[in-house]
Design a protein around this ligand. Structure first.
Ligand code: SF4
Length: 350
């Protein structure tokens, strides 16, 4: 199958099967960028409301650049990898301040921006500016590995070079935007990870994986992610209708988001052990303590967090507050929070 046949058949498939998504109706690089960053975090269905909320709150790159960081993080809440949202805003500020808000219009210039890697740069360059540069994401790796029977481990840098070269040979120079959309959509809905629809596939006659029964083997990916177990012991201080929240610092997950007083241990603690760790001076205030009813498990890409929440009801705000600030429930709702904290709050307070 030559390059032209592959590209035209793929685009033909796309025109017929594509999902109608809002970012496919624009060539505004800012909106395309937003959609791509969001879609790196989640699937299309879950990402759609985030995209709509971001476009509504920050219709232009100037709006995103000027927004309070807290507001950006709050809209990002639930997507994880909050550094991506911060990088996005930093890049928006750089484009506004250094280039009067005008997006760079080439792959080479885009890939130099903070938070924009080769995949995102290729997506923006091709979708917005029709530059003939191939995207390479998990969908593209899968489709090419199966079609061409490539057994190179896709976790290696050798595979990146090999697949990138092949993808750039296959891209349609007339319609690089459609081609890139098409190959990703094909991987997402036709040549899927666990159940490729080979019987109705336009490439069935040529596909090496189908012809040799290797759909479930390809692509080959060796690296296994090492998952770290973490045990979070939270204390939720509560005074009348106010809750103590703490802004998380750098060098760990959830930077810039709010959680509660936290003790992290390698194992599960009981109430006495936990209270001993409290540096807060609670001697002047009467309090009642309630132990957790259950543990909450929260999974991140490389971490498994088991969180328990103790609840301490105080008569008044203590003198020493250890970085804690007391907020009303209405204020707490407006703070950007990790999804785990939001879940706990929704079950107990909102
Ligand atoms: S025949 Fe099956 S494995 Fe091959 S490209 Fe089509 S859907 Fe994917």
């Amino acid at each position: 199958m030559n390059q032209d046949t592959f590209a035209s058949r793929l685009i033909e498939w796309y025109e017929y099967h594509k999902r109608d998504l809002p970012w496919r109706h624009t060539n505004d690089p800012y909106h395309i960028w937003l959609s791509e960053i969001i879609l790196q975090q989640t699937r299309v269905k879950q990402g759609l409301p985030y995209y709509q909320n971001f476009v509504k709150a920050f219709p232009t790159i100037f709006d995103l650049a000027a927004a309070p960081e807290q507001e950006v993080l709050r809209l990002w809440q639930g997507l994880g990898y909050y550094s991506r949202a911060r990088n996005m805003q930093e890049t928006a500020k750089a484009i506004v301040n250094q280039q009067n808000g005008s997006f760079p219009n080439s792959y080479i210039a885009l890939v130099k921006l903070k938070g924009i890697g080769p995949y995102t740069a290729a997506a923006i360059a091709s979708f917005a500016f029709k530059e003939s540069v191939a995207v390479l994401d998990g969908n593209v790796f899968r489709v090419l590995a199966r079609l061409y029977g490539l057994e190179t481990d896709i976790a290696t840098s050798k595979a990146k070079t090999l697949f990138s070269t092949l993808a750039n040979q296959l891209i349609s120079s007339d319609s690089p935007d459609l081609y890139n959309q098409a190959i990703m959509e094909f991987g997402a809905i036709q040549c899927t990870h666990s159940s490729p629809d080979c019987l109705l596939c336009p490439f069935q006659q040529e596909c090496e994986a189908f012809l040799t029964g290797r759909q479930n083997i390809l692509p080959i990916k060796s690296k296994k992610t090492v998952i770290k177990n973490r045990f979070f012991h939270y204390i939720v201080f509560h005074v009348q209708n106010r809750i103590a929240m703490r802004l998380r610092g750098s060098k760990d997950i959830w930077q810039g988001l709010y959680d509660f007083w936290l003790s992290e241990n390698d194992s599960i603690l009981d109430t006495d052990e936990l209270v001993k760790q409290l540096d807060l001076d609670l001697s002047d205030t009467i309090y009642t303590i309630k132990a957790p009813e259950k543990a909450y498990t929260h999974l991140l890409s490389h971490q498994r967090i088991e969180a328990r929440f103790w609840h301490i009801q105080l008569e008044e705000v203590p003198q020493s507050q250890e970085g804690l600030t007391f907020y009303t429930l209405e204020e707490v709702e407006q703070l950007p929070k990790p999804i785990l904290i939001n879940k706990y709050l929704s079950e107990h307070f909102f």
